[in-house]
Design a protein around this ligand. Structure first.
Ligand code: GLA
Length: 713
């Protein structure tokens, strides 16, 4: 049974998920929470045996061995590896010494939580280690709450405050897989074998970043692959600067700690205050990387993504104007696009950048969030009504954390941007970052967006953030820990979005940051979908999307069909290929429909209807990556309903010598005794044959594609 048990005598705790276990215990002196197990299910008696073992016989005589793998590592004493917490006390003491305080296990609906309290033996600093396990997923949530326990004291300065430390079982040759890349090439699955020393993945950019994602998977190469083998994975729920440290120390011990990036970020903990650190999740599984991805998807659908009436709503098919019109947005042009979009079956029409005052190019307007009277002389409402009249919802692009120098907002409040007194802040895309750490700026941003969605019938925002932070100065706070802005910007952003969502329960939000620069569990808890990349070339997109689904649910992955040749890469691709690639997540259209021929529009209409028929499978089903785009020309993904009764398969052929393509595709996870009927051809297949010999594939050449839809007969 999933849950948490505590043995008071042995002073051990065992966390059970449906298919894994995680355990730790107190060291005899109560000073260390010793990590004992993360892996396959075990009994509490097994854990107590581990708790009774000496730490590491081979190195017992060395000082290092007196410091066993620990759940949460303060810097102090004989600790030489990466700490999770480092604090300076007012009297100059810079180390921490824990003592055990208390524990509390609470049952929640479908979950059990544990709070373990430790206190410094002398100074007014305490930590609560939080753990939560669920009956429905193997993902374990961990976090920490740091408390200053003397309201009458002096501030304590935290120089490093990470969320959790994950200890891996003994063993060498760890392979680390992670998501790296850049703008227009996000979430590329990357791997490396870890060797003694440290490997750091991080963002120092104020946002999650395009360059790396706070997610990892660890396994032993040769012992695990896409479909089988033990994998340990983790993901951080934080959208500001972050870091993950993978460190192998003496004795081949691997530990992974992560959380806020400490770079340039001392945090003063005021007397009596507390600091709740972001959730850092972990999951163990034995069904390879594919199984781990499914665990992450289930967790996000069950516990992270915003829900309505008890479940994550299906994402509407949207149209977005950006690639069609750029900044040349006006009522007539958008109306024309809306008519065409509606005729294809689009359900949500989104006006992208260019609609607000002065926004005729990237150098002006950001900050002035009212419709440009030159483009919308009658305001936004006539367009919104027209869109509603066409049976679609209406959405709008905003970039509320940003300002152009050429804007009313900047002219009124030049001091609201991040800057240092003696430097001109660097511009990027002609824009500067508003310091949301300032309560007045955060209040203004909230009010500006709230006004928009109150005054107009807007049910969707594409919330963009087109540059990384630089010059993170806050001159007014000199001497009062201005560096906290690195963290406070994101905390206040979260609070703004949370407030907007609770005041406007019908509002959906897409997280965008020049494409996929802000994709993580923290933003997924408060937005419905993520714009995965500005690169809309379907061939490139296969790799971006493949990486994305390793960590994040297809339901949250926004994908558009745009024009051919692709405006970004110049690559011409068939309409069906572009659609079939975009159907692998939440489908959207972003092309200039005015330039599509009647035949193309009719084909698009049919493809949209085809997607709508399989949408619950793609967005709520279980993803099996049957053939990886990383392996060559052919790629395919299967989406299976929870009861195994229905599935969709998307298959994509990329350039490869004729005759070298596979002739059949082995399906996965089906009910072996069942027969499945092809919903298009009516042909019936035996499940065992589909899983052993495979689904016969038609002969296709470069950039062919196919959607298969099967249902249990
Ligand atoms: C970013 C987004 C794009 C588009 C533009 C508008 O680049 O990723 O989708 O919204 O901004 O300026």
């Amino acid at each position: 049974m999933p849950g948490i048990s505590h043995d008071d005598q042995a002073r051990t705790w065992l966390l059970r998920t449906p298919a894994s276990a995680y355990g730790f215990g107190l060291s005899p002196d109560g000073a260390t929470v010793r990590h004992l197990h993360w892996g396959a299910p075990i009994e509490h008696e097994d854990l107590n045996v581990l708790a009774g073992r000496p730490d590491d016989p081979s190195v017992q005589r060395m000082a290092w061995a007196r410091q066993p793998p620990a759940e949460y590592v303060p810097w102090g004493g004989l600790r030489f590896d990466e700490p999770t917490l480092k604090a300076d006390f007012p009297d100059g003491t810079r180390t921490i010494e824990w003592g055990y305080d208390s524990q509390l296990i609470t049952e929640e609906d479908g979950a059990t939580a544990l709070t373990l309290r430790l206190r410094d033996r002398r100074y007014p600093l305490a930590v609560e280690l939080g753990y939560r396990v669920f009956t429905s997923t193997d993902v374990i949530e961990r976090w920490a709450r740091i408390r200053h326990t003397d309201p009458g004291g002096q501030p304590i300065v935290l120089h490093q405050a990470l969320s959790a430390n994950w200890c891996l079982p003994a063993g060498d040759h760890w392979r680390l897989r992670y998501l790296a890349g850049g703008h227009v090439g996000e979430t590329q699955l990357t791997d490396t074998v870890l060797t003694p020393g440290k490997l750091v993945l991080e963002s120092r950019r104020g946002i999650t970043s395009h360059q790396a994602s706070p997610w990892f998977a660890l396994d032993h190469p040769g012992h695990a692959d896409e479909t089988h083998g033990e994998v340990w994975s983790g993901a951080l729920a934080w959208s500001g600067s972050w870091k993950l440290v993978f460190e192998i120390t003496q004795g081949d011990r691997l530990h992974v700690c992560g959380g806020y990036n400490d770079f340039d970020s001392p945090l003063a903990l005021p007397p009596g205050a507390d600091l709740v650190l972001p959730v850092f999740c972990g999951v163990y599984g034995t069904e390879g990387t594919g199984g781990i991805s499914r665990s992450w998807h289930d967790y996000q659908l069950g516990h992270v993504l915003p829900r309505r009436s008890g479940q994550v709503p299906l994402r509407p098919v949207l149209y977005n104007s950006w690639e069609a019109t750029g900044f040349a947005v006006d009522e007539a042009g958008q109306g024309e696009l809306a008519e065409l979009a509606a005729s294809l079956g689009v359900e949500l029409f989104v006006v992208d950048d260019g609609w607000f005052t002065g926004r005729t190019h990237a150098a002006a307007g950001l900050g002035d969030w009212a419709a440009d009277p030159a483009k919308f002389p009658r305001g936004l409402d006539p367009l919104i009504e027209r869109v509603h009249g066409l049976g679609m919802r209406f959405g709008l692009w905003v970039e509320p954390e940003m300002v152009n120098e050429d804007s009313e907002l900047y002219r009124a409040h030049p001091d609201w941007v991040f800057h240092f007194p003696g430097r001109a802040p660097a511009e990027w895309r002609h824009q500067l970052v508003l310091n949301l750490g300032r309560p007045d700026v955060a209040g203004w941003v909230h009010a500006a967006v709230d006004r928009l969605v109150t005054d107009h019938d807007i049910s969707f925002l594409k919330w963009d953030m087109n540059r990384h932070f630089s010059d993170p100065g806050w001159p007014d706070e000199l001497g009062h820990n201005p560096e906290r802005a690195w963290v406070d910007h994101t905390r206040n952003l979260y609070a703004i979005i949370d407030r907007l969502r609770s005041a406007h329960p019908g509002l959906d939000i897409e997280s965008c940051s020049g494409g996929g620069g802000r994709a993580d569990l923290g933003i997924l808890a408060r937005t419905d979908q993520i714009w995965a990349s500005d690169n809309t070339d379907a061939a490139d997109r296969l790799l971006i999307q493949d990486g994305f689904t390793h960590a994040y649910a297809p339901a949250a992955m926004m994908c558009w069909v745009t024009d051919s040749p692709n405006p970004f890469t110049g690559r011409p691709l068939p309409l069906s290929f572009r659609f079939h690639v975009a159907m692998a997540g939440a489908l959207g259209i972003g092309g200039d429909l005015r330039r599509w021929s009647a035949a193309e529009r009719e084909e698009a209409r049919q493809l949209v209807a085809g997607y709508q028929a399989i949408r619950p499978l793609v967005q709520r089903g279980r993803l099996y990556r049957l053939a990886s785009p990383r392996d060559g020309g052919f790629a395919a993904s299967q989406y299976l309903s929870a009861d195994g009764g229905e599935l969709a398969v998307l298959a994509w052929w990329r350039p490869r010598p004729y005759g070298s393509y596979p002739t059949a595709l082995r399906l996965a996870g089906l009910d072996p005794a069942a027969r499945y009927r092809d919903m298009v051809t009516g042909e019936e297949h035996r499940a065992r044959v589909l899983m052993q010999a495979g689904l016969p594939l038609p002969p296709r050449i470069d950039y062919g594609s196919q959607l298969f839809h099967l249902r249990r007969a």
